[in-house]
Design a protein around this ligand. Structure first.
Ligand code: IPE
Ligand code: IPE
Ligand code: MG
Length: 243
């Protein structure tokens, strides 16, 4: 499967990915820690970026760390934060060169201060990028995002800036983390689990879902192109009757 097999007029503008299976990958390779799987996963991120570049995807959202992932052992959580920091060090220059803008969605608290500072710097440094927005869902939980949006809407109403009776899907979505980003047309989950795990519940309402049993560190550029090819075969009815 190559990019030439795709219909260029139907490339998803926004691709969202649940990068799952790093721990199982490490176990399958008899590696000493789950962190080795996360490290291999960072390489797969580079391949995903390449796939998006080849296809002309405009937004790529990667589920990087969920609000639930704090429940993991301290060593794994700290290892993941350190890995993200190293990933930024190693890739930020290339991101900027390639026109890739780094963005973050999620709650800042309780992410480590030093990591937040580095993320802010990287986001600022890559801000001119207009080819692709690389959005890291970090300390992200969709129910929390929606609850926070509701709180922001309530505050706007109290301040007299919003008429509660006018609140509809469009106006409400402006209170979510990244209101300028369109909903993903396609969501890929690796690792075979058939669930959303609190990822983009609002934004995925009408997205096409693609689940592959492959573990994230095994995902190749071609696998992402294959997912898009599968998406292009879907009949997106949006509740209508297809012709
Ligand atoms: C996904 O891989 C990465 C993160 C959640 C940070 P996992 O670590 O969940 O890997 P599995 O699902 O246990 O194999
Ligand atoms: C979802 O994977 C979170 C990320 C990929 C960052 P998890 O492995 O945490 O999800 P569950 O536990 O299978 O639902
Ligand atoms: Mg998992």
């Amino acid at each position: 499967m190559t990019v030439n097999d795709l219909d260029k007029s139907r490339i998803p503008a926004h691709l969202a990915v649940i990068m799952d299976g790093n721990g199982r990958w490490a176990k399958a390779h008899s590696l000493p820690t789950r962190l080795k799987g996360h490290e291999a996963g960072a390489e797969a991120v580079r391949r995903a970026l390449k796939a998006c570049d080849l296809m002309g995807v405009r937004y790529l959202t990667l589920y990087t760390f969920s609000t639930e992932n704090w429940k993991r052992p301290k060593a794994e959580v700290e290892g993941l934060m350190a890995l993200l920091s190293r990933f930024l060090d190693a890739n930020v220059e290339e991101l900027r060169e390639k026109g890739i803008r780094l963005r973050i969605m999620g709650e800042r608290e309780p992410l480590p201060e030093a990591l937040l500072a580095k993320l802010d710097k990287a986001c600022e440094y890559t801000r001119p990028g207009q080819k692709l927005d690389l959005i890291l869902a970090l300390n992200y939980g969709s129910r929390l995002e929606i609850a926070r949006a509701a709180a922001k809407a309530a505050k706007a109403a109290l301040a007299g800036e919003l008429d509660p009776d006018s609140l509809d899907e469009e106006t409400f979505s402006r209170f979510l983390y990244l209101p300028d980003v369109p909903d993903p047309e396609l969501m890929i989950r690796t690792g075979g689990e058939m669930r959303l795990s609190n990822f983009l519940l609002w934004q995925l309402s009408y997205s096409e879902l693609y689940v592959t049993p492959k573990f994230w560190p095994d995902l190749e550029t071609e696998d992402i192109i294959a997912a898009v090819a599968a998406y292009q075969k879907r009949d997106r009815r949006f509740g209508e009757v297809s012709l």
